[in-house]
Design a protein around this ligand. Structure first.
Ligand code: ADP
Ligand code: MG
Length: 362
């Protein structure tokens, strides 16, 4: 549905080495929600604004639904109002002197289409229905919660009957408690309408929760893309592993490799685990292990444990995080079930669950 090739954007007068968007290719299949995920400044908003037609690229091509929207080399540029898109930004841009339904109607009454009032109201009510706000239609906008206001901007984007929905960090301005609910509602509306969506966020949990596919970005480029569950469980790139919060990283050397599995010599022992690609024997890798895959135990009947010392622990309600020193390395272990009652200085064994570790070539 969306096809982007070689998209490049430079901002004039900037002394940075890289382009804001640096030759990216991406495809968003019809009816899917694809997330652009990456740290602040990596080019997510610029990419979205280029797809929306709010910015002009220096190079590349963008098609939506098979129609070319822009291609500087061919002199093609379709303006934002002529693209089949709806856009929602972080700031919900709700007009305070209007009711909910007036907010949604406004663009229909003032744009180039200028629908008659009853028709505009009908369309606005339909959109409010879609986001579950029909009963609030005649409330003044300031009387609505932040989450409801954000759903008004979603309704406003939907009244254009867009082929594509573009959402730029739509949850960032909401309180933590509300964020999950609005996130779920956005995903519910998207799946119910089957609308092709690009969702921008810097929050990995949010990305996993809403996405069919995740595109990881850094410095204006795509690092990797994949199904949400693959990006989480089996990142191919070190940047992704770190960004997805796999906080334990151990250097090692490959002693044998076979397709997706490798055997790694680490400072503390040997490990057989997943590998990205088939790393060459003798090559250096970093082994990434999630805290929940490092199990702590006072004894080591399996003989696979690494001997360490507890530094400190942090309580999260549903789990404990233990920071354990093993040799020169500080490892993080997350224990969900019981508090094993370890304190600073206690000796402990760290037992890695090998099947969930991932070796990535340096
Ligand atoms: P993100 O949304 O991932 O945080 P942006 O797309 O906003 O990233 O920005 C990408 C890069 O482009 C950043 O280095 C940013 O400072 C720069 N940039 C964004 N917008 C402008 C602008 N209007 N003028 C100059 N530089 C900009
Ligand atoms: Mg941004």
């Amino acid at each position: 549905m969306i096809e982007v090739r070689g998209l490049t954007k430079r901002y004039p007068g900037r002394t940075v080495l890289r382009n804001a968007v640096d030759g990216i290719d991406l495809d968003v299949p019809e009816g899917k929600l694809v997330t652009l995920l990456g740290p602040s400044g990596c080019g997510k908003t610029t990419t979205l604004r280029l797809i929306a037609g709010l910015e002009k690229p220096d190079d590349g091509r963008i098609s939506i639904g098979g129609t070319l929207m822009c291609a500087p080399s061919e002199g093609v540029y379709v303006g934002v109002h002529h693209r089949p898109i709806g856009v929602v930004f972080q700031s919900y841009a709700v007009w305070p002197h209007m009711t909910a339904v007036q907010n949604v109607m406004f663009p229909l009454r003032s744009g180039q289409k200028k629908l008659p009032k009853p028709e505009a109201r009908r369309r606005a009510m339909e959109a409010l229905e879609m986001v579950g706000l029909a009963e609030y239609a005649d409330r003044p906008a300031p009387a609505l919660s932040g989450g409801q206001q954000q759903r008004i901007s979603l309704a406003r984007a939907l009244t254009r009957e867009p082929e594509v929905l573009l959402l730029d960090e739509p949850l960032s301005n909401l309180d933590a408690g509300l964020r999950d609910r609005v996130r779920d509602e956005i995903r519910a509306v998207q799946q119910r309408l089957g609308i092709t969506t690009v969702f921008v966020t810097h929050d990995q949990d949010e990305a996993l929760a809403v996405s069919d596919e995740v595109i990881v970005m850094d410095h204006g480029r795509i690092v990797e893309r994949g199904l949400a569950q693959d990006i989480y469980a089996w990142p191919r790139e070190e940047f992704t592993a770190r960004f997805m919060g796999i906080s334990n990283s151990l250097p090692g050397t490959v002693t044998s490799a076979d397709r997706d599995m490798a055997e790694i010599d680490l400072a503390h022992g040997r490990l057989r685990c997943l590998a990205s690609g088939t790393p060459a024997v003798g090559s250096r890798v970093n082994v990434f292990i999630r805290p929940e895959s490092l199990v702590l135990s006072r004894k080591d009947p399996s003989g696979r444990g690494w001997k360490g010392t507890v530094e400190f622990s942090i309580y999260h309600g549903d789990c404990w995080d233990y920071h354990v020193r093993v040799g020169d390395t500080l490892l993080r272990s997350r224990m969900y079930r019981e508090k094993i009652g370890l304190a600073h200085g206690d000796p402990v064994f760290v037992v890695p669950e090998q099947e969930t570790a991932i070796a990535i070539t340096e």
